[in-house]
Design a protein around this ligand. Structure first.
Ligand code: NAD
Ligand code: ZN
Length: 359
């Protein structure tokens, strides 16, 4: 299957399904046959599992590989710099191409590297995680600063996204859970039927087969597409994609990256946002049932005991999206209908205390 993405700045296709990696050869032949070098940026885990498959598709092209640490460690200034050094040493030029082979971390890094090298060379996303159905589409690329996650980056759309779901079979359960958190988010903010389908069909993430993952991920991408096509640069509706992320990011940062995956943290953030939605927007929704399902899937569903509310609030205040003293939440008026709501810190502190206290 393909999904075509048309943003203000670019049109590109997302191929999703088993063995779509075969498209890579054709796509490069058609569009980049004269590439001087093709640099695959991948991480040390994905390298061992899937690099060969990709290299085999490109045996007739001048391919080189640069391997970065797995996970958030890829998104540092040091790794960014080392990548660029390697590219200069290897004489890449403006007619070279970057392939991002890995999860969201590799995609974010490689997309930013590609945007920066000689003022920008093209790149292709080859996502290998469930989470990357979100990160590989939409063109946000970034690295982290010690003072904040994703603080240094640009908008840079890929030339194509080639999402071979056979790569997903090697993912550990915790990574399935992380990515599925974003799938749940996409369903809750825009597609009630999709949400009910997920809730009734999926009770064990380790048993979802590749064919069904392809279908689910395609739906998630369609939700993301509808939003980024309307608002590539987050002037308005793109902010809805931050549902669950205001608290989720704060939890992730306070826990230390790696303890909780991104998706696990935003699931807790979504529960909190749903609680606020019931209060402030009269959302009709059974949070008890939602939590029951999440438990079954193995998610944590409350704020970890050791996290202090004041520190979480400090983190939320530092968020790019917070404006003049209030903190902005994405809430739901109805399932599938998000709204932006500015809340003052006192109110949030009170609600967080109730949530953390199990009330
Ligand atoms: P990741 O890239 O760190 O991958 C998670 C782990 O899974 C890593 O250890 C990786 O080595 C491993 N892995 C990847 N593919 C695998 C495979 N097929 N089999 C086995 N192991 C595999 O993280 P992620 O969860 O994919 O993405 C998280 C990142 O994405 C965060 O940095 C987040 O900020 C970013 N993100 C970006 C956007 C965006 O719009 N740009 C959106 C959401 C998230
Ligand atoms: Zn996210």
């Amino acid at each position: 299957h393909t999904v075509s993405i048309q943003t203000a700045s670019k049109q590109y296709d997302v191929w999703i399904g088993e063995h779509v990696i075969n498209q890579l050869t054709f796509f490069i032949q058609k569009n980049f046959a004269d590439a001087t070098k093709i640099l695959i940026i991948t991480d040390e885990s994905v390298e061992k599992l899937h690099l060969k498959t990709v290299e085999n598709k490109l045996s007739s092209f001048p391919v080189i590989t640069y391997t970065v640490p797995a996970g958030e460690k890829a998104k540092t200034f040091d790794v960014f710099y080392a990548c660029l050094t390697y590219m200069l040493e290897q004489h890449l030029d403006r007619k070279s191409l970057v392939l991002a082979l890995g999860g969201g971390a590799v995609g974010d890094l490689a997309g930013y590297v590609a945007a920066s090298f000689m003022r920008g060379i093209p790149f292709i996303q080859i996502p290998t995680t469930i989470l990357a159905h979100d990160s590989a589409v939409g063109g946000k690329v970034a690295i982290n600063h010690p003072l904040g996650k994703n603080m240094i980056g640009v908008f840079n759309q890929p030339e194509a996204v080639i999402y071979d779901t056979t790569f997903l079979t090697t993912l550990p359960l915790q990574e399935l859970r992380s990515g599925f958190g974003e799938v749940i988010k996409h369903a809750l903010i825009s597609d009630v039927a999709f949400y009910h389908e997920l809730q009734s069909q999926i009770s064990d993430l380790s048993k979802v087969n590749v064919g069904y993952w392809s279908a689910i991920l395609e739906k998630g991408i369609l939700v993301k597409r509808a939003i980024v096509e309307k608002d590539e640069r987050e002037a308005n509706v793109r902010a809805f994609l931050n549902f669950g992320h205001t608290l989720g990011h704060a939890i992730e940062a306070e826990m230390g990256y790696g303890k909780f995956t991104h998706g696990e943290a935003i699931v807790i953030g979504m529960i909190f946002a749903l609680r606020l939605s019931k209060q402030k927007c009269d959302l009709v929704f059974s949070i008890e049932e939602f939590i029951k399902w999440l438990k079954q899937l193995g998610y944590a569903y409350d704020i970890p005991e050791n996290l202090e509310i004041d520190r979480l609030i400090d983190r939320m205040r530092q968020d790019k999206k917070s404006v003049n003293g209030t903190i902005r939440f994405v809430l739901l008026k109805e399932l599938g209908i998000p709204v932006l709501v500015e809340m003052n810190e006192e109110e949030i502190r009170k609600e967080l205390a109730l949530f953390k206290g199990g009330k």
